[in-house]
Design a binder for this molecule. Structure first.
Ligand code: SAH
Length: 276
């Protein structure tokens, strides 16, 4: 029956553990009859979707997933498309709208769409590293599957030159191994080797690893597609195994001397970190 108006929820699951899943995300999953998503993410919410129709697919099948979800909703069903982190950040939200538009979707009369925000990996990682994103930052994905490398390199260059803290998403996959090396080389032209760098793998998931190192040693650490990398700006300091980018309070107000002790060039390790 196609009479009732279907609905697509595009649900951000946050970094992975249930404690960081929003109430709205839980409610959307509970209300949905069909759950569509990447196999790995569906594994994170197995108990929450028990008994529902689950359409799992592999990596790089995003278009098929979006089309499937739209088809189900067009047939009057309530569908949840799940994404890690936030669905509007390198997630499925844009693709859902593109697929809908291609089918002539009208916002007023077509299937209902609700994007349910989630905690993005950059916030999850920042919380484990200290406070690296206290000042202006740029997020750049190193995946050149959909974006030519020249564009990525140009953005890296511009963000580095403008002294943004830089968050690297999709830093390295099994097939794609050169990009992080090239990014490190490019950023080293603008930042000193002691610039603090945070590497977080599987934030708030099993196997979580948190490392604070520096730009000179970035490539010595294990980095893969489950990892996010944060490169400090010229003011970022590492101290007690944490990475902090000052907001600028110190220049404006008199802070206690202890807050000035952190220095650049002495990257520390967190208790849960792997050795340098
Ligand atoms: N929508 C997601 C991003 C998806 S792109 C978000 O808002 O965060 C996939 C990339 O996100 C991965 O390659 C990795 O760089 C990063 N990522 C996602 N979850 C992560 C986690 N729990 N820990 C570390 N990095 C993560």
């Amino acid at each position: 029956m196609a009479e009732s108006r279907g609905k697509v929820y595009v649900v951000g699951l946050g970094p992975g553990d249930k404690a960081h899943l929003t109430e709205r995300a839980r409610a959307a999953l509970a209300e949905s009859e069909v759950i569509v998503g990447y196999r790995t993410y569906l594994g994170l919410i197995r108990e929450l979707v028990a008994g529902k129709a689950v359409l799992a697919s592999g990596m790089q099948q995003e278009v098929a997933r979006a089309q499937e979800a739209v088809r189900e909703a067009a047939a009057g069903r309530v569908v949840a498309v799940v994404c890690s982190g936030d669905p509007g950040i390198y997630g499925m939200a844009g693709l859902i709208y593109e697929v809908l538009r291609e089918g002539g979707w009208q916002r007023q009369s077509g299937v209902e769409v609700e994007v349910v925000p989630g905690i993005p990996a950059l916030s999850a990682a920042a919380s484990l590293l200290g406070a690296p994103l206290m000042h202006d930052f740029a997020a750049i994905s190193l995946s050149d599957l959909l974006t030519p490398w020249e564009v990525i390199a140009r953005r890296l260059e511009a963000a580095a030159a403008a002294d943004f803290v830089i968050v690297l998403y999709n830093p390295k996959s099994t097939q794609r191994v050169q990009q992080l090396d090239e990014a490190q080389r490019l950023l080293s032209r603008h930042r000193v080797p002691q610039t603090p760098v945070g590497i977080v793998r599987n934030a708030y998931r099993d196997g979580q690893q948190v490392v604070v190192t520096d730009l000179a040693h970035l490539l010595a650490h294990e980095v893969d597609m489950l990892t996010i990398v944060i490169i400090g700006n010229s003011t970022t300091r590492s101290c007690a195994g944490l990475m902090v980018t000052p907001r600028g309070y110190q220049a404006k107000y008199e802070l206690a001397p202890s807050s000035r002790e952190c220095s650049r060039g002495s990257p520390g390790q967190l208790a849960s970190s792997k050795p340098d």
